[in-house]
Ligand binder design. Structure first.
Ligand SMILES: [Fe+2]
Ligand SMILES: [Fe+2]
Length: 325
């Protein structure tokens, strides 16, 4: 970390304290001094994560009314509701850094803050519900388990609960796919078609390759990030291959092969031009996702106003009761 010349003595002490906390692998808490760049990085990352949970409700919510059975509908409803909860924990964690949830939502609906590229792809069949659980929640777990040890306490603690629920999501996706691949030929084909569409976008969830990921080194030095994008992507590929074999589906990568020397799978290069285009807003569903979120936010204005009016009334009443008789 660079120390700028205009810092005063006490601030240098604070910075040394922060460095000691990070060096000892301890948690930074909201009351602690932290460098402004650390705070900003965390706000950006946690907000992006919260937005992903909330926007991620849309592609799956799309199928709630068309679930093939009451059982599947109940499962999907519960899963989508979990994602809303994840968004709420994460906005709350971001608020401990001095930002307001309203401000973050404004940034999302005006496209000033991003969310995971994966949610800009459409869900075209019910197999997509299974494949999202298996691959998308699976990739999220690979990314998020190390965040349970993130240096910022409120984020790390939120991630512990989120990860437990994400592993349940992954299992429900796999269970749905298992039912489908043991069903009719048409169902099996539906699963394969879905895997073909989601495999590469799932690999892109880990972000750009390490040599094109300029902020990673600083995030690792701060203990926010524990593994590089390519390490996590490799872990995901190695985890998915035996699971694909158990399902009897083919992962759509002709270069995917076991490498005995590395004790890992070699795999092909995702289409990074597509990734960049989706991140920049040109994915198949970016405009639809953001417009839907904006509409939902506007439609909810009366709820926020009513809640605020109620809170104000309660506060006024509490003040009246404090006045001595
Ligand atoms: Fe989630
Ligand atoms: Fe999930």
């Amino acid at each position: 970390m660079t120390v700028t010349e205009d810092r005063t003595g006490p601030e240098l002490d604070l910075e040394a304290g922060f460095d000691r906390t990070i060096g000892a692998d301890q948690r930074v808490e909201p009351r602690d001094w932290m460098p402004e760049a650390y705070r900003k990085t965390l706000i950006r990352q946690i907000a992006q994560h919260a937005h992903s949970e909330i926007i991620g409700m849309q592609p799956e919510g799309n199928w709630i009314l068309r679930a093939p059975s009451l059982r599947r509908k109940a499962i999907l409803l519960a899963k989508v509701q979990d994602e809303a909860g994840h968004g709420m924990y994460l906005y709350a964690a971001a608020e401990t850094l001095g930002v307001d949830r309203e401000e973050l939502t404004e940034k999302l609906i005006s496209s000033k803050q991003k969310y995971s590229s994966i949610f800009n792809y459409p869900t075209l069949s019910y197999a997509d519900i299974g494949v999202i659980g298996w691959l998308v929640d699976g990739a999220a777990i690979c990314n998020q388990v190390p965040l349970c040890r993130c240096s910022y306490g409120p984020y790390a603690r939120a991630m512990v609960r989120i990860c437990k629920e994400e592993s349940f999501h992954q299992r429900q996706g796999f269970e749905l796919l298992l039912a489908m691949v043991n069903g009719t030929d048409a169902q099996k084909a539906m699963v394969q078609e879905s895997v073909d569409r989601w495999w590469w976008p799932s690999l892109m969830m880990f972000g750009p390759p390490d040599d094109d990921s300029p902020n990673s080194a600083q995030s690792m030095a701060w203990g926010i990030k524990r593994h590089t994008n390519d390490e996590l992507r490799q872990r995901f590929v190695d985890m998915s291959v035996p699971q694909a074999a158990a399902l009897g589906v083919t992962l759509p990568d002709p270069e995917l092969v076991w490498n005995e020397d590395r004790k890992s799978h070699d795999y092909g290069e995702p289409d990074w031009a597509e990734f960049k285009a989706v991140i920049a807003g040109s994915g198949p569903a970016n405009a639809q996702r953001v417009a839907h979120r904006r509409r939902a936010h506007e439609n909810g204005a009366w709820v926020r106003e009513a809640a605020q009016a109620y809170a104000d009334k309660q506060a006024a009443r509490a003040r009246e009761q404090e006045v001595p008789a």
